[in-house]
Design a protein around this ligand. Structure first.
Ligand SMILES: [Zn+2]
Length: 632
């Protein structure tokens, strides 16, 4: 629907006392700012009817002129909300008439039947939004929210501009097409990037870097069809750097459009990006973008919830669905050309239950093209049973600590680290283990973010926290390591323990620091629990190297002797194994007409493509980087 028609439709349904001073888009949502106090307080029914009629999300807020002074509003809120709600922060989004109330117990802040919300509206005319504050303090969440609300004026204008673009005119004629260009992660793992084009729109899905590759770390944005400044939207499936690490680069080169993702993805990805810049700086590597570009990115994020359909361009509708991979990870469903073609892009996918998350969704309204990952898509990629893996992990930890050694587990900051924390916490609760678990730097910070987004976790975890009042991320066994000094203390002074540190592939970061000091002692153990990229130090050690080159801080090359015990446990993976990938395609309803395989090494892409073709009689392909396919 065009903007003019839309406003006409809305106006025709408004009563005479609505006194709408201003219409604003917030992306695809429409906000009406009323100058009439009575309509603000009693207009909900009218708005509900409008939403039903035009099938767009419409919100009613008070015009700036009605708002009580922020200081007095804050005072009112602080007096109203009960102590037990544990209020932590109050933010004002000045230009959008919103007050964001953060509390550790959001239910108590809202009050029975939302009574506190109503009281705040009646007394102050601000529209309150209650959010869960993290149970563990998170500086990054604070910094991100500060950034968003400080730039209220800019954000309001930016979101309006996005809406104007979404509601601009378009038509579908016989020349209409849907075309995908594979700019990274085709027949490889890392630097995911896929450009989707129609005659009307250009959308980029994921924009990652390959941290393990020295030769080709970045996606191929140099293709002729790619024009950073004229992209309509960027969609990020999840926070891992191989899917998100190149986004600030787009902002460095002039992109000012929206970035769609979930809230946990926004927070964790920002943290990982800042950490990445930090590590590059410390290790004297060339910076491809700066913290300023990351901030610019944050200002342009538009978070979405799972299962909520949103227009992102005149001819593309986006819905994010749980992918089961890490906190906030999404599969991307696109309805292109008003039902002309439907695409499901899985991103990284776990079709199996984990300690923390529910398995990926399989029921969709329509899917004609499925684009699926294949990290473990080879015939032999069968992950062992999870319980066996847990027993094996327990055994390694016990044997190592009983002989006085330390256990180093290199992890990506997000994903396996929290899964391992959950597993170890369960062992500790059962009395099978009793030892400190050190979370180095970013692992701790990411875990803190997890405590703000419990709603994204599976039922089991939610009931553990909400009903039984036990939060595994607040376990007293978890200890934070925040500096090099503390790191050395853990290495030199502490006894047997488990250390979780980034990077997961031993390419820079604290895990390499620990390895340097722990490697020569045969009492210690190194356990790989996640994918080790081709060319990474992790992969080299995993393959059995007992002497590896390492660069010191001073840039000197040394040879490190690997005397500690090395294990790999693949059963904790956040990726589906071969059987789960096949089962996902089998269970996917409706069955797609075409399956495109990406995000796997060459042989795995080809293997999975041929197996899916044989099993389900659908067209499959495994494009190469720089290939473009017409989807319809
Ligand atoms: Zn991932």
């Amino acid at each position: 629907m065009r903007k003019e028609e839309l406003f006409k439709e809305i106006e025709s349904r408004l009563p005479s006392n609505a006194e709408i001073g201003d219409y604003a888009f917030e992306g695809a949502n429409i906000v009406l700012y009323t100058e009439n106090k009575d309509f603000f307080l009693k207009g909900d029914d009218v708005i509900r009817k409008i939403v039903d009629a035009i099938k767009k999300r419409v919100k009613l807020r008070a015009d700036e002129s009605l708002l009580l002074d922020p200081e007095k509003t804050e005072e009112f809120i602080r007096n109203l909300i009960p102590k037990e709600a544990e209020l932590t922060n109050i933010w004002f989004d000045l230009k959008r008439s919103l007050v964001i109330i953060e509390a550790k117990k959001p239910g108590l802040a809202i009050g029975r039947g939302g009574e506190n919300i109503q009281r705040i509206k009646r007394a102050t005319f601000w529209t309150p939004k209650v959010r869960r504050s993290p149970a563990v303090k998170s500086d990054i969440i604070n910094a991100i929210r500060h950034m968003l609300y400080k730039n209220s004026d800019y954000r309001r204008k930016f979101m309006h501009k996005v809406g104007e673009r979404i509601y601009s005119d378009w038509t579908r004629d016989e020349r209409y097409y849907v075309r995908a260009s594979f700019l990274g992660a085709a027949r490889e793992v890392g630097r995911s990037a896929l450009l989707l084009q129609t005659p009307e729109s250009r959308v980029l899905i994921d924009c990652g870097i390959n941290v393990a590759s020295k030769e080709e770390p970045y996606p191929r944005l140099d293709v002729p069809e790619m024009d950073i400044k004229h992209l309509d939207a960027v969609i990020i499936t999840h926070s891992h750097l191989d899917h998100s690490g190149f986004v600030p680069f787009l902002f460095k080169y002039g992109y000012r459009g929206p970035v769609y993702l979930t809230e946990p993805t926004r927070d964790i990805m920002t943290l990982l990006l800042i950490d990445y810049v930090d590590i590059c700086q410390r290790e004297g590597k060339k910076l491809i973008y700066s913290v300023k570009d990351i901030e610019e990115m944050v200002k342009h994020t538009l978070p979405l919830e799972y299962e909520v359909v949103t227009d992102i361009t005149p001819d593309i509708r986006l819905t994010l669905h749980n992918a089961g991979h890490i906190l906030g990870s999404s599969m991307v469903h696109l309805n292109v050309g008003d039902g002309y073609h439907n695409i499901l892009y899985t991103g990284d996918l776990k079709y199996g239950d984990t300690k923390l998350l529910q398995r990926a969704e399989t029921e969709f309204h329509r899917v004609e093209t499925l684009i699926i990952e294949s990290t473990y898509g080879g015939k032999k990629d069968i992950q062992p049973n999870r319980e066996e893996c847990e027993r094996f992990l327990l055994q390694i930890i016990k044997e190592t600590t009983e002989r006085g050694g330390k256990v180093l587990i290199p992890v990506l900051g997000v994903g396996r680290s929290q899964e391992i924390i959950m597993i170890l916490d369960e062992m500790i609760r059962k009395g099978e283990l009793d030892l400190p678990i050190y979370l180095d730097g970013i692992v701790w910070d990411v875990t803190a973010i997890h405590t703000a987004y419990l709603d994204y976790m599976n039922e089991r975890t939610k009931s553990l926290v909400f009903e039984r009042g036990y939060n595994p991320f607040l376990s007293p066994h978890l200890r934070r390591v925040g500096s090099q000094k503390e790191r050395m203390k853990v290495i030199e002074e502490e006894g047997p323990c488990v250390i979780l540190a980034t990077s997961g592939m031993l390419v820079g970061g604290p895990s390499v620091e620990y390895l340097r000091h722990l490697a020569d002692n045969p009492k210690n153990s190194l356990i790989f629990v996640s994918y080790q990229g081709e060319g990474s130090l992790g992969r080299i050690i995993q393959r059995g190297a007992r002497e590896v080159p390492l660069e010191t801080f001073e840039g000197k090359s040394i040879l490190l002797k690997i005397n500690l015990e090395v294990y790999s446990i693949e059963g904790f993976s956040g990726h589906s194994d071969r059987r789960q990938l096949m089962k996902f395609v089998e269970d996917l309803t409706p069955r797609p007409r075409r399956v495109i395989i990406v995000h796997g090494e060459n042989s795995k892409c080809l293997d999975l493509a041929s197996s899916i073709h044989k099993a389900f009689r659908v067209e499959t392909s495994a494009p190469r980087n720089l290939d473009a396919l017409r989807l319809r």
